[in-house]
Ligand binder design. Structure first.
Ligand code: GBH
Length: 483
């Protein structure tokens, strides 16, 4: 029957880390509470009119004031881990240690202690896009000075929370920071410079990550015994025609431009992928530039970047179909540097966001690509989820099919998958989408000042997957999952 043909049954390895995710700006609110300094997202949302309903995260889910509700929901869901991020400007309002705000530290201590009391592992992202506004004023990630400033903030967090936090993620989606923040400029700091600054910012982000890794490695690992990585976003890029070599090469190039830009230096050899060096270098030459728009690392830098992640953390949402195109030379752009065009996968269900189709099989291929490309690392899926239009059963179908493909990758293909993180814990401020497209497994009533939370059908479904550690008994699926 249909189910036997398309679904693989089985369970994940014992100790598999089932989790759920959030990030500070998306849920906390309390944007200026108890001494918190503004971040670039506060400034942006309070001044732009490009976000639906001119929404912002001033209150969001009010998690800053509703810690106990959040802890209760996490406990009810029986997750093994909770991925959240620290608001840098809640801890250091001006971005630096001299501005330390103890009340911000207290909030995270209460959260972390609450998780530990319920036996939920904190998975802590140090930076999920909300740069202290004060640091943007001195040029933010465009400036190499950020490397030391970020390192000092991380050092403080390791020292303060590292007795209880054993899983650190330095940066969330550096590719988004570089491209949306400095190429498209639709996210803060809203710099539109598609050909140059994304590469410069990425260069600084990679060095900042590496430096924080070494600080953890040198000063804390021995006594604290945790691990540290970086969360990289990766779509799966499927060639338009797998029988045409050029299309297969193009799809691989697409992977290198998005994921490899960061993963190749960190997980392979300290340097950018050949595809980037070749494409950007050649384009720059034809464009008559004196040097490549892609900066280069010194040998010393390469050595200090290589191997700076203990496990591979990937955020995945969708698949694109790509084909070769010899792109225009003007304007100079990371996007055109790739020599490719993207299309949606025609046969897959849509989600509420038009360019985010639900292509579950892409996750299995992505995991296999990571396994091959980066020498079979341990992998954590640190984000995966969907906004749905109307009926939460579509979200159930999304999780069912994506988690099943992850199961195939693990059990049939030998991918060393260690954990899976559903996104999102609850309906949240979704960046440029405001509150229009919601990813939560819990509904939040944003019209009610108490921000009451209600589990959706998908929360019950995910609870059952966690309880069963996968999809163990095909014949009893209805009974086990209520679906
Ligand atoms: C995730 O990014 C975020 O990490 C997470 O915080 C958030 O909850 C989730 O999205 C859902 O919103 O349209 O050209 O401007 C997912 C990867 C990268 C997808 C940026 C959308 C926008 C590119 N995202 N991308 S563009």
């Amino acid at each position: 029957n249909f189910h036997r043909k398309f679904y693989h049954y089985g369970t994940f390895p014992e100790g598999f880390s089932w989790g759920i995710s959030s990030s500070a700006y998306q849920i906390e609110g309390g944007w200026n509470a108890d001494g918190k300094g503004p971040s670039i997202w506060d400034t942006f949302t309070q001044t732009t009119d490009t976000i639906p309903d001119k929404a912002n995260g001033n209150v969001a889910c009010d998690s800053y004031n509703r810690l106990n509700e959040d802890l209760y929901m996490l406990r009810a869901l029986r997750v093994k881990s909770y991925r959240f991020s620290l608001s840098w400007s809640r801890i250091f309002p001006d971005g630096t240690r001299k501005s330390l705000n103890q009340k911000g530290v207290d909030y995270y201590n209460r959260l972390i202690d609450g998780l530990i009391a319920y036996n939920i592992k904190p998975m802590v992202t140090l930076y999920h896009w909300d740069l202290p506004e004060a640091l943007q004023k001195v040029n933010g990630w465009e400036s190499a000075e950020m490397i030391d400033i970020f390192n000092d903030y991380c050092d403080f967090c390791f020292a303060t929370f590292g007795d209880r936090v054993k899983f650190w993620i330095t940066l969330n989606q550096p590719q988004t920071i570089a491209w949306s923040g400095y190429g498209l400029g639709n996210m803060p700091p809203n710099v539109v410079d598609p050909g140059y600054r994304p590469y410069i910012v990425a260069h600084n982000l990679i060095k900042a990550h590496a430096k924080a890794y070494h600080t953890y490695d040198d000063k804390y690992r021995q006594s604290q015994g945790g691990l540290i990585s970086i969360a990289l976003n990766a779509d799966w890029f499927e060639p338009a025609d797998v029988n045409v070599v050029r299309e297969v090469v193009t799809a691989d190039r697409a992977m290198q431009f998005q994921l490899g830009w960061f993963a190749h230096p960190i997980f392979k050899n300290g340097d950018y992928p050949d595809a980037l060096k070749w494409q950007v270098g050649n384009k720059s030459e034809i464009q008559g530039l004196p040097q490549s728009r892609l900066p280069s690392f010194t040998e010393e830098e390469k050595n200090s970047i290589k191997g700076t992640a203990d496990v591979f953390c990937v955020n995945h949402y969708t698949t694109k179909i790509v084909s070769h195109v010899t792109a225009r030379l003007q304007p100079h752009s990371y996007e055109w540097d790739r020599d490719m065009r993207e299309a949606e996968e025609p046969d897959s269900p849509t989600t509420a966001i038009p360019n985010q189709k639900a292509v579950a099989w892409g996750l299995r291929r992505l995991l296999n690509w990571i396994k091959e490309e980066y020498g079979d690392p341990e992998i954590y899926i640190t984000e995966n989820g969907a906004a749905v239009e109307w009926d939460d059963s579509e979200r159930v179908m999304f999780y069912k099919t994506y988690i099943d493909e992850a199961l195939k990758a693990n059990n049939l293909d030998g991918v060393r998958l260690q954990g899976y993180t559903a996104t999102a814990f609850m309906d949240s401020f979704e960046w440029l989408h405001g509150y229009k497209f919601l990813f939560g497994l819990h509904h939040v009533d944003f019209t009610n000042p108490d921000r009451p939370r209600t589990p959706k059908y998908s929360a019950h479904y995910y609870y059952n997957i966690i309880k069963n550690n996968g999809f163990p008994f095909p014949d009893d699926e209805k009974m086990l999952y209520g679906h």
